[in-house]
Design a protein around this ligand. Structure first.
Ligand code: AHR
Length: 494
């Protein structure tokens, strides 16, 4: 295994400061497969240890990971969801068919109260996605009132009757989801008009998020920005969705059975997030030069073929060291664009797509992605330190991507630098130039493993997790680090 020395990071500690919103470390839980039922909620009568029906092991793991925010109830499910089906005594709630995800029966036992109380339990801010596709303006308006109002009104009375005296503190409201597709197959012009109408009747001091583009649909962003910013007070964020698969949507590749070619393909695809964020931000700049409107990447992550023998509508996939790298790379991108990216939500939290947690009956597995989120929690609400990163390429079959991805921040006098070495064959040596920082202690953590497709499985010893990583103390503002092949590393200086 070779070692290189052509890499450097210059940290600009004097540059203007942007706060990295803690919401960039957000998650997403949809009524899909075993995310909610089995993954989060098992009911009070379950033999699986639970707190008011919520899995005790999952609650503990999410708290340890410092989860800041959770989006719910979808996804495509959101535009079929009628919130009044999910309130009141459980035995009286109607069942519906989850038409998007496997055609299974949804008994609505996890509804508004269950979601918002769960957020309070795990210490996460809630982000609720309203139904625009098949819902009404009145339904949306009443949901906001039911959840947030302390006025005397029919909806607050109903909430109190259902056991919740005080309103919940819910700032983030998404108005529709993927309205170019499962959320109504609309044109951007039609959706924007509808957005303005829905947003008008969602009263209060809310952070309203418009349904934004899919991947590189720049026209969608242009039209939505142009039409919604005419009523500037009604739009605080616009979403963006981008998923990473191996080579083709029709056959997304295996989550675990891959070689270097597929490793490279996934990492090079995921790096496209930087281009997407840059280009969508440039369009937003035209209508919002002061960057008051957030780019909300409320669905991102790896989407592979489902595990053999599982329901294709449940989107259950394993999670390897490659997913850890994908998480590290994307979180670095969001940090570095934190002047515009104000929230991001990896899809999805438990048992669906690139999860941080997998469950099987009473067992729980923490995935490699989990450990990256835990490691990167140091960036939540920290000040971004802009950097100049120079690194060599990682090349496969004549195609090249940068070997290193990185971002840095400062909080409470601690400088935290997260770095990913995308090359699975070679350690990368990097010089960190830290002019302007006086350092007394240096420490580190690492997520890596022997093989690129190692993962954690039920009933087996954890193969991929967070380990400590030795870092020497910098000398004269300089520190040289060797980042092992295929690893995600945190260096902290104080
Ligand atoms: O996360 C799975 C699905 O992906 C969501 O329901 C939808 O919004 C997107 O297409």
């Amino acid at each position: 295994m070779g070692v290189s020395a052509q890499n450097s990071i210059n940290l600009d500690t004097e540059a203007a400061k942007t706060t990295i919103s803690k919401e960039i470390y957000g998650h997403f839980a949809e009524h899909l497969g075993r995310c909610i039922y089995g993954g989060i909620f098992v009911g009070e009568d379950s033999s699986i240890p639970n707190i008011q029906g919520y899995r005790e092991d999952v609650v503990g793991a999410l708290k340890d990971m410092h989860i800041p925010l959770l989006r719910w109830p979808g996804g495509c499910f959101a535009d079929t969801y009628h919130w009044k089906d999910g309130i009141g005594p459980r035995q009286n709630r109607p069942s519906i068919v989850n038409v998007n995800w496997g055609g299974v029966t949804e008994d609505n036992s996890f509804g508004t109260h269950e979601f918002l109380n769960f957020c309070e339990l795990i210490g996460a801010e809630p982000y609720v996605n309203i139904n625009v596709g098949s819902g009404t303006v009145q339904e949306a308006s009443e949901w906001v009132e039911y959840v947030t109002s302390s006025n005397v009104s029919p909806m607050t009375d109903l909430r109190k009757k259902n056991g919740r005296e005080k309103p919940w503190d819910v700032k983030f409201w998404g108005i529709g989801n993927e309205n170019w597709g499962c959320g109504g197959n609309m044109t951007p012009e039609y959706y924007s008009d509808l957005y303005n109408r829905f947003a008008t009747y969602c009263h209060g001091d809310l952070y309203r998020i418009a349904g934004g583009p899919n991947v590189a649909d720049y026209n969608w962003m242009e039209v939505v920005m142009q039409k919604t910013t005419r009523h500037r007070h009604l739009v605080q964020g616009v979403s963006l969705h981008y998923y990473t698969f191996t080579t083709a949507w029709e056959d997304k590749g295996s989550a675990t059975d891959f070689g270097e070619k597929e490793w490279f393909a996934v990492l090079s695809r995921t790096l496209r997030m930087d281009e997407l964020v840059t280009k969508h931000s440039a369009i937003m700049d035209k209508y919002d030069p002061d960057k008051k409107i957030g780019l909300i990447v409320d669905e991102w992550g790896d989407w592979f073929n489902v595990e053999e023998g599982t329901n294709p509508g449940f989107l259950y996939q394993q999670n390897t060291l490659r997913d850890a790298l994908v998480a590290g790379v994307n979180l670095n991108i969001f940090n570095n664009h934190s002047d515009r990216v104000k929230m991001a939500n990896i899809a999805q939290m438990v048992n669906v797509l690139q999860s941080v947690i997998l469950t099987q009956d009473d067992q729980m597995v923490l995935t490699p992605t989990y450990f990256v989120f835990k490691m990167y929690a140091v960036h939540q609400n920290a000040e971004l330190i802009p950097m100049d990163l120079k690194c060599e390429d990682y090349e496969v079959d004549g195609q090249k991507i940068p070997a290193i991805s990185a971002s840095a921040s400062e909080k409470d006098g601690v400088v935290s630098i997260t770095m990913c070495n995308l090359n699975p064959n070679k350690a990368e040596t990097i010089d960190l130039n830290l002019a302007g920082t006086s350092v007394k202690t240096a420490s580190g953590e690492i997520v890596t493993s022997k093989n690129m497709n190692d993962y954690n499985d039920f009933g087996q010893a954890e193969k991929v997790n967070l380990q400590s990583f030795e870092v020497k103390k910098p000398k004269d503002g300089k520190l040289t680090i060797e980042i092992p092949a295929k690893s995600v590393v945190l260096v902290q200086l104080q």
